[in-house]
Design a protein. Structure first.
Length: 240
């Protein structure tokens, strides 16, 4: 189920009942990966551009009915020299956002290679969504929406377009991801600014990713409170 941009979700809930989901966003440099995550997390973006070095991550807690979902959103570098890190930051991902810039042909032509890297490093059934960013620059568009939709359809993945600058399509993108995780409708709820358990921005080193995330992934596999149907249960069996 795809939910519209107007859907509001509440970021408060019981910290004792949290399900953790890992989202990795990948694509060429300058396509707006960091800005997409910042727009969703903070409802704003940085004025100045600074390329991601290695891996950063943001967390956002979303209260859905009686469940709290923690999205652990991994922001990855698009530079070639960081390609060797791909297996590490895609490991155990529940969702991958494959991103390109609608005003830049190279970022679109590179999607095949990025998608190949993804499929080589995630389990079958991982939710993948193609995201064409920078639709606020529609007058400079060189990749049509139809081209993006065609690529997504040919590769059996979902599709969205966004503008991290204006926020257009951002809620729709993440509500689509949340709906895939939980398979229950998101009700209109009041937004709150508080995050649970210190959710925020953090820069990490791969060797320090550590045992905590691995532990949460193992716990996630044992639980089913947020899985609405058999499809996601099958994913867990494959991960095991």
């Amino acid at each position: 189920m795809i939910l519209g941009d107007s859907t509001m979700v509440n970021e408060s809930g019981s910290s004792s009942n949290i399900e953790n989901y890992k989202i990795a966003i990948i694509g060429n440099q300058h396509v707006g990966k960091t800005s997409i995550l910042s727009r969703y997390k903070y409802e704003t973006t940085e004025d100045s551009y600074a390329p991601t070095v290695g891996i950063d991550f943001l967390t956002k807690n979303v209260f859905l009915e009686d469940k709290t979902i923690r999205l652990i959103m991994w922001d990855t570098a698009g530079q070639e020299r960081f390609k060797s890190l791909i297996p590490s930051y895609l490991k155990n991902a529940n969702c991958v956002i494959l991103t390109y810039d609608i005003t830049e042909k190279t970022s679109f032509s590179a999607l095949g290679k990025w998608l190949s890297d993804v499929k080589d490093n995630v389990v079958e059934g991982t939710f993948i969504i193609l995201c064409g960013n920078k639709i606020d620059l529609n007058n400079k568009r060189v990749i049509s929406k139809e081209e993006g939709e065609k690529f997504a359809k040919e590769n059996n993945i979902s599709f969205a377009e966004t503008s991290a600058t204006t926020g257009q399509g951002i809620n729709e993108l993440f509500n689509t991801i949340l709906s895939n995780f939980c398979e229950v409708p998101l009700e209109n709820k009041e937004n709150k600014d508080d995050d649970l358990d210190g959710g925020g921005s953090q820069t990490i080193v791969l060797k320090d990713l550590g045992k905590e995330e691995q532990k949460t992934q193992e716990l996630k596999k044992k639980k089913s409170c947020c899985y609405g149907g058999g499809k996601n249960k099958k994913k867990d069996k494959k991960k095991k």
